[in-house]
Design a protein around this ligand. Structure first.
Ligand code: TGC
Ligand code: FAD
Length: 392
């Protein structure tokens, strides 16, 4: 088993912008990961299972609802803290960050923002403590990039709603206790509903065969005449903007997370290049390897600056959806390139699981697709700057 020697890289001294609390949150997460997760993550990835015994520890480091107010069990932290946590988690594995960001931004966030006080008190403290795991059902087999076309629907039956349809590619679905599901009412308007495991007609088959994000469980959500109590509808917001606003929060977390994956690849490649000797000297002494490493730290530093500024804007409530799209798209693409370059620096050793690089590379293929594909985020920027919609 490889010892996790990771140390952060801060080429532009951005740590000076962090508070003592930020550093404590980051360092606590890093220490927990090195002790509890790094030793088992390759195994979990190989087995294709999320290691559920980590849920308690994830809750303890603030991984579930870091910015949700303390009165609901969250940690009441700011957006930079949330970002730093996502960066540390994805530094280890994108699937680990997924579990945390889905729970925080796609399950707790909509219940907090659009739920009743009763719904908040019923679900949020349990989700924050990891006693409940949630999932978010937006994507359908025939509606991925275009969620507005969804066909999952519910009918008002007087004392309950009757829910029918199917969702696909849902992170955490196979073991989630609750699902925040987006479905159309009889007039075609989209609403969020909390569907609980055990409701008759609700099943969550596991999706198998993934070569990416293997340490995260992915499944379907099937609704076959599910009777959903009326009090499970989230009344605070309807329309496609409701789920998309949750995505803003999760995409912001991914922007930070992707930097974590890139930092890990860079860290491993830099250390390897200094140690590995060929032609009588360390390969770090060859210009071609230096070019790769120098470009990596340049791109990481640019992404760190972009994302830190985005965090400040989010703290002030001023970040736009289009700014978040730009950061998600740029950072994930940057991380994929760095993973590919880092793998080459390790030569043959780059392809085996003694090092994390191939795992990051495979994971990032999901990250560049979910929460809006690379293309969709470009079109969001395109529409923002031109005013022209090129989606349809
Ligand atoms: P469009 O007409 O542009 O917008 C419909 C309404 O929504 C509003 N809106 C937003 N509101 C809040 N936040 C945003 N980011 C918003 N973007 C748009 C918009 O103002 C409008 O409001 P109103 O009041 O006028 O009705 O919608 P469209 O149908 O043209 O679609 C736009 C598009 C393509 C950008 C959008 O649908 C999109 O982002 N597609 C990508 C789908 C996606 O990202 N799916 C993610 C599924 S969840 C997931 O992947 C989890 S992975 C988790 C993990 O494991 O980490
Ligand atoms: P499609 O929408 O079919 O896109 C296929 C290709 O066409 C892409 O390259 C896309 O960019 C391109 N394309 C589509 N529309 C346009 C256009 N207008 N112009 C130009 N190009 C276009 N969803 C959830 O709801 N909850 C989850 O928890 C969740 N977890 C996921 C976990 C994993 C591991 C994965 C892989 C996906 C997950 N998703 C989840 C689904 C994810 O959000 C979708 O896969 C994603 O939104 C893309 O949808 P799609 O796969 O149907 O691709």
């Amino acid at each position: 088993m490889r010892t996790d020697l990771y140390q952060g890289h801060d080429y532009y001294q951005m740590d000076e912008w962090l508070t003592e609390e930020h550093k404590l949150i980051r360092d606590t997460a890093r220490a927990w990961i090195k002790k509890e997760v790094s030793p088992i993550i390759e195994d979990a990835f190989e087995q294709g299972k999320f290691p559920k015994h980590l849920i308690k520890g994830l809750a303890e480091i603030g991984g579930f609802g870091p910015y949700i107010p303390e009165q609901y069990g969250g940690a009441g932290l700011d957006q930079i803290s949330y970002g730093l946590l996502m960066q540390e988690l994805e530094r280890c594995d994108s699937g680990l960050r997924s579990t945390s960001s889905v729970q925080s931004s796609l399950v707790m966030y909509p219940i907090w923002k659009y739920g009743t006080e009763e719904q908040r008190m019923k679900y949020l403290p349990k989700l924050a403590a990891g006693e409940f795991i949630g999932c978010f059902g937006l994507t359908e087999p025939d509606h991925g990039s275009n969620p507005g076309g969804m066909i999952t629907n519910f009918k008002d039956k007087g004392d309950h709603y009757l829910l029918n349809g199917a969702k696909m590619w849902i992170s955490n679905a196979p073991f989630a206790d609750i699902a925040v599901v987006w479905a159309k009412d009889e007039s075609g308007r989209i609403h969020g509903l909390v569907v609980e495991r055990g409701m008759e007609g609700f099943t969550t088959p596991t999706m198998t065969g993934k070569w990416s994000l293997r340490a995260s469980d992915t499944g379907e959500l099937i609704f076959d005449n599910v009777k959903v109590p009326k009090e499970n509808l989230l009344p605070g917001r309807s329309g496609l903007g409701a789920p998309l606003s949750c995505l803003d929060s999760a995409r912001y977390g991914i922007a930070w997370g992707a930097i974590g994956a890139a930092l890990d690849c860079y860290d491993v490649a830099l250390r390897y290049a200094k140690e590995r000797q060929q032609f009588g000297k360390p390969i770090a002494g060859f210009q071609l390897q230096q070019k790769k490493l120098a470009e990596m730290i340049t791109e990481i530093t640019k992404a760190q600056l972009l994302t830190f500024r985005l965090g400040q804007l989010r703290n002030d409530g001023r970040a736009t959806s289009a700014q978040i799209s730009m950061a998600k798209r740029n950072n994930v693409d940057m991380a994929i390139h760095i993973a590919r370059e880092a793998r080459q620096i390790l030569g043959g050793m780059g392809i085996i699981n003694e090092y994390p690089i191939m795992r990051h590379m495979m994971n990032l293929e999901s990250v560049i697709t979910y929460e809006g594909t690379h293309d969709i985020h470009l079109l969001i920027t395109g529409m923002d700057i031109t005013g022209e919609n090129a989606f349809s």
